[in-house]
Ligand binder design. Structure first.
Ligand code: COA
Length: 446
């Protein structure tokens, strides 16, 4: 039997594993999720993320568990603006439900059954008084009593737990400095924790997915500006069940969290698919567009090396040492997609000759054929123009036709800047191709 699909799958997955390692992810899920039969699978997926080095903060809800307790007591359920009014009876149910749900989650995360996918994985769960709360008070004449809002997140306490390798579990409860207990919304805690901790991702598991105006196609990516417009549109397609999550995602991204993901919790494995596959299965919310090309920084060195090493090994690119890459990093440009470097290229300038070299152009294997290479080339040509470069050249052994189809023509080796001629390797016998760049003012239409 061929192992090719497995090998390919593992290779495709490894860049994501590297990108996620050491990052803080805050994941929120409702009490419905815990009550569902699929929750054991989700708990295993949490364990898997933890074992891959993701620093996890889990935030759970308790709404159905509190409602069941209140109904059993014959008490009335009171809500205002989607938030529970927590009177003394409701607070007692909140405390009970939070304790019971927390224990259930801790038990599942402790499971070391031999036949479970995460057999042998030892996970320590830390929960406690990490959320400082204040009362919501009276709004529209309604006294919310023991319903509160987040006043502060004990980031130091949470970070020290994460640093010790623990998973942090937060219940929708907060404590005031006066010793009172408040019922909070899980989404608010998750958003506040993600912002306060500078999390890389806020992931919200919801009861249904977010579909676009046609009601059938999943919204895969959305910026915070587009999300606000979608929520306030006259015939907004955003259902009530999704609104608090989308709003939380926008708030978090506006406050500095890089990405928020909205996932349909009914899809088994949605968390793993979202985090380890190219297109995911949920909605990615970000403040800036999902994919963008920018100047590289020293933080990108590892990502660039990962992208170019296979091409160096197969002789397509000239090998570069990490030190050389670090020294030249200001010359590099990267295309980043959800934190992953999917393409790179460098522009080395020879100002005295009015020339520039386009080097190290590479697009990650699974992302080719979608004009990323061409867009990066245009980006670099534009930068070169801005730097006053009149001619851009590239050395290539196997990609000459790609450049020729984009206006590049052969150039004699001795027409390159003198310094570059001295480092030209005759053994490699690369072709030199060049394009004369016209200033932006010369390229414009009528
Ligand atoms: C060359 C490369 C950067 C193009 O990236 P990309 O994002 O796929 O580029 P685009 O989508 O803009 O262009 C794709 C087109 O180029 C073609 N193409 C890809 N590699 C090619 C090559 N070596 N020679 C000729 N054409 C090539 C594709 O077949 C496709 O053409 P089609 O749409 O007619 O089928 C990418 O294939 C790559 O990283 N290759 C390995 C590294 C490399 O060769 N770098 C250049 C070193 S000088």
């Amino acid at each position: 039997m061929s192992n090719a699909p497995f090998v390919r799958w593992l290779r495709d997955t490894s860049p994501y594993i590297n990108a996620h390692r050491g990052k803080i992810f805050v994941i929120s899920f409702g009490g419905e999720t815990v009550a569902d039969g699929l929750f054991a699978n989700l708990a295993h997926d949490f364990a898997l993320l933890h074992s891959l080095g993701v620093r996890l903060v889990l935030v759970h809800g308790i709404r159905p568990q509190v409602e069941r307790r209140l109904t059993e007591q014959g008490a009335t359920l009171r809500y205002h603006r989607g938030l529970r009014v927590t009177d003394a009876a409701a607070l007692a149910c909140v405390k009970e439900a939070a304790g019971a749900v927390r224990v259930e989650i801790e038990a599942l995360l402790s499971m070391g059954l031999a036949n479970s996918p995460m057999a042998g994985a030892r996970i320590r769960v830390a929960s406690g008084n990490f959320v400082v709360a204040k009362p919501l008070g009276v709004q529209d004449g309604i006294d919310f009593e023991h319903t509160g809002e987040v006043r502060r997140i004990d980031t130091e306490g949470i970070r020290s737990q994460l640093d010790s390798g623990n998973v942090v579990l937060l219940s929708p409860i907060g404590y005031s400095p006066t010793g009172e207990v408040f019922n909070l919304s899980a989404e608010e805690i998750a958003t506040s924790a993600a912002v306060a901790l500078g999390a890389h991702k806020l992931i919200l598991l919801m009861e249904q997915a977010l579909y676009g105006a046609d009601g059938a196609s999943l919204v895969q990516q959305i910026t915070t500006g587009e999300a606000e417009a979608l929520m306030t549109a006259p015939d907004s397609p955003v259902p009530d069940a999704v609104r608090p999550h989308l709003r939380a995602a926008c708030l978090a991204c506006e406050a500095g969290v890089e990405r928020a993901h909205l996932l349909d919790r009914h899809i088994d494995g949605s968390l793993l698919q979202e985090l380890f596959t190219r297109d995911g299965v949920g909605t990615l919310v970000s403040q800036t567009p999902y994919e963008a090309t920018r100047t590289a920084t020293s933080h990108d060195v590892a990502g660039i090396l990962e992208l170019i090493r296979p091409l160096e090994d197969s002789g397509i690119l000239v090998p570069r040492s990490r030190e050389r890459l670090e020294t030249d990093i200001d010359d590099y440009f990267v295309t980043e997609r959800d934190g992953l470097i999917v393409a790179c290229a460098a522009l080395h300038a020879y100002p005295e000759a009015g020339m520039g070299e386009l080097a190290c152009l590479a697009v990650q294997a699974g992302y080719r054929g979608a004009k990323r290479g061409e867009r990066l080339l245009q980006h670099i040509e534009e930068r070169a123009r801005q730097q006053g470069i009149r001619q851009l050249f590239a050395l290539t052994t196997r990609t000459s036709h790609w450049f020729r189809e984009r206006g590049y023509v052969p150039l004699a080796i001795d027409a390159m800047p003198l310094e570059r001629q001295q480092t030209y390797s005759p053994g490699r016998n690369s072709m030199v191709l060049a394009k004369t760049l016209r200033a932006s003012s010369e390229t414009g239409g009528p």
